[in-house]
Design a protein around this ligand. Sequence first.
Ligand code: SAH
Length: 248
Amino acid sequence: IIFMLKKRFAQHLLIGSGILQKLVDLAEIKSEETVVEIGPGTGNLTKKLLNTPLKKLFLIEIDPEMIEHLKNIIKDERVVFINADATKFDFSLLKEKNLKLIGNLPYNVASLIIENTVMHKNCIPCAFYMVQKEVAERLIDEKSWLSIFVKTFYEIKYLMSIPAKFFIPPPKVISAFIKLERKDFKESFNLKEYKNFLTKLFSQKRKMIKHKIDETYLKKSGISGEKRVEELELKDFLSLYFAFLKSK
Ligand code: SAH
């Protein structure tokens, strides 16, 4: 079958058996694990995943034609096909406590998929994603509402870089395979509210934070209001947020 790859779905297929196997090895899939693959496309990574002893594999793919194709070529009782948008998918519908996510993500919506992963952190202890190298570096090294949002709940590890030649069609950028590993976290969060709190702090980055957040929270958490948002550390965001929560 010849496919018309769709630009709007950012379809860049990973090829090369060696590299696909390497990604699956890095994900260390054990027996009895439930895995979710995001954007399986033509199923290159999927076939490698099915060589592991996983218990169940959910495939979440937005393109109905790809889903039809996958149903034709994959006959494995462990697979469940889901035609859905991974930026909005409610992972709690899968009724599993410990999902391992993996995917060669569509780069145009990779950040949204990462955000949606964090929104469902309670059932996702671990995720392995192929993203643009630059997106990986920004998440790990720079401060943005999303990087703080992710790092509050997950350790982000840069596993390896992958050159464009391993994809069809080759993307214009270098890729990176990253791992999100959930931290132990006792406090319960309202994630939507926490996101709003962070986006507000990160709006107009040059402005001092005392102009964006009530001074009583700053006093309670012992953080100077003269600071700019990029001068805050992860722990500062947490103490500010908890001061804000307590006063409600
Ligand atoms: N995993 C495959 C294809 C990766 S390309 C491989 O490595 O060869 C990205 C895939 O994600 C495409 O199949 C595309 O159709 C799918 N996709 C794009 N946007 C999506 C979304 N919002 N939700 C789920 N899948 C999406």
